[in-house]
Write a protein that binds this ligand. Structure first.
Ligand SMILES: Nc1nc2c(c(=O)[nH]1)N[C@H]1C(S)=C(S)[C@@H](COP(=O)(O)O)O[C@H]1N2
Ligand SMILES: [Mo]
Length: 321
C-alpha cells in the first residue's frame, strides 16, 4: 500500500484559493474565511494519517467541491473518526469495529433502488461515481451523547432520487444495509432484527443537507464508516445515518427501523436531535466531543434548526421523537 503523496495534501494557499473561489460565488462568510485562515476547517489538508494496518489509506483523493457549510469547531481527527465507530453488524465494541471490518469487501457493490418509482435502477459503484462529489462538514451527534465533526465527501440523496422519479404515492424512503452474517459477525446476534433498516420521510430525504457519503477527509470511506455508500442526515441522531446500503425503496407507509423494532419506547422514527427531549435513560442536553472529551451543549436539530425546523411545523417533537 502506498503512502499519501505530498502532492495530494492540499497546501494552505490552494485551500484558501478554493475559499476565495467560493467567496466569489457568495457562499462563504467572512467569519469562515478567518477560520480557514486559522486552519480550523480543512478537510483535505490536515490529519490524514499515512499508511498503517488500522488505516489503509490506499486510494487517490476524491475530487470534491468544498463544503458549503462551515462550522466554528475543530474537525475530529481522521484517527478518531475511523477508530471509534458504531456498526453493530461487526460488534457493539466501538474500538473493535475497525479491525473486525478491515477486510470486509466493499467492491463490487450494488444498490437496488425501487418501490414507488417510475424508473427503478440498480446502481453499481461506477454509476455512483458519476454523481459530482461535494465536501460536507457536519456535526455527528450519536444518541449516546457523544459527537464528532466530520468532513464527509458525498452528494445529495435528492440527486439519486430524482433519477428514479418517485411517484406521488411515495411518502417515505426505506434504506437497507447489506446482510452477510458470514462476514459480519454481529449479525449472528439474534437480539437484533437484521438487516439494519432506516427510513426518512420523502421531504427529509430530498432536503439538501441529506447526503449519501462515499468519503471522509477526501478519502474513500473505510469499511468501518459504512463503505462504500452510507447515508448522512446531520440533524438526526447518528443511528439514522445507515451504513453499507444495498437497497433503497420508496414506500407509502412509515418504515420500521431496526431501532424502532428493538426498543420502540426509546427510539422513534424521527430521531431529530433535541436537547429538550431526554432519552428514557439519560439526558440529551449535552454531549461529549470525541477527541478532547470536552462537554458541549447539544443544539436543537444538532445546529441545523434554521435549515430544517420548517419540516416539522405543527408537530409535537416530544411525541414524534
Ligand atoms: N448499518 C448500520 N448503520 C449504522 C450503525 C449500525 O450499527 N449499523 N450505527 C449507527 C450509529 S448509532 C452511529 S452513531 C453512526 C456512526 O457512524 P460512524 O461510525 O461512521 O461515526 O452510524 C450509524 N449507522
Ligand atoms: Mo449512534
Amino acid at each position: 500500500m502506498e503512502k499519501i503523496k505530498s502532492s495530494e495534501i492540499t497546501p494552505e494557499s490552494q485551500y484558501l484559493s478554493r475559499r476565495e473561489f467560493l467567496k466569489g460565488l457568495g457562499i462563504v462568510s467572512a467569519s469562515s474565511m478567518i477560520l480557514a485562515a486559522c486552519g480550523a476547517q480543512s478537510a483535505s489538508s490536515t490529519d490524514i494519517p499515512t499508511d498503517s494496518p488500522a488505516n489503509p489509506v490506499n486510494s487517490s483523493p476524491l475530487p470534491a467541491t468544498p463544503s458549503p457549510t462551515v462550522i466554528d469547531e475543530p474537525l475530529t481527527s481522521y484517527e478518531a473518526i475511523t477508530n471509534y465507530n458504531n456498526y453493530y453488524e461487526f460488534t457493539t465494541d466501538k474500538e473493535r469495529v475497525a479491525s473486525l471490518a478491515k477486510d470486509f469487501p466493499t467492491s463490487p457493490w450494488q444498490i437496488e433502488v425501487g418501490g414507488l418509482v417510475n424508473k427503478p435502477k440498480t446502481y453499481d459503484l461506477d454509476d455512483i461515481s458519476k454523481f459530482s462529489l461535494q465536501e460536507r462538514i457536519y456535526r455527528l451527534r450519536c444518541v449516546e451523547a457523544w459527537s464528532m465533526v466530520i468532513p464527509w465527501v458525498g452528494f445529495p440523496l435528492s440527486e439519486l432520487l430524482k433519477e428514479v422519479e418517485p411517484t406521488s404515492d411515495a411518502k417515505y424512503v426505506r434504506f437497507e444495509t447489506i446482510y452477510d452474517p458470514e462476514k459480519m459477525p454481529g449479525q449472528k446476534v439474534q437480539w437484533y432484527q437484521w438487516p439494519y433498516i432506516e427510513g426518512l420521510r420523502v421531504d427529509e430525504a430530498m432536503h439538501d443537507l441529506t447526503i449519501l457519503a462515499t468519503g471522509i477527509y477526501g478519502k474513500p470511506l473505510l469499511p468501518q464508516n459504512g463503505a462504500p455508500v452510507r447515508l448522512v442526515v446531520p440533524w438526526k441522531y447518528g443511528f439514522k445515518s445507515i451504513k453499507g446500503i444495498v437497497k433503497i425503496d420508496l414506500v407509502s407507509e412509515m418504515p420500521t427501523s431496526l431501532w424502532m423494532a428493538a426498543a420502540p419506547n426509546e427510539y422513534g422514527f424521527y430521531a431529530n436531535v433535541n436537547p429538550e427531549v431526554s432519552h428514557p435513560r439519560w439526558s440529551q442536553a449535552s454531549e461529549r466531543r470525541i477527541g478532547d472529551n470536552s462537554r458541549t451543549q447539544t443544539l436543537m436539530f444538532n445546529g441545523y434548526e434554521e435549515e430544517v425546523a420548517h419540516l416539522y411545523d405543527g408537530m409535537d417533537l416530544a411525541v414524534n421523537y
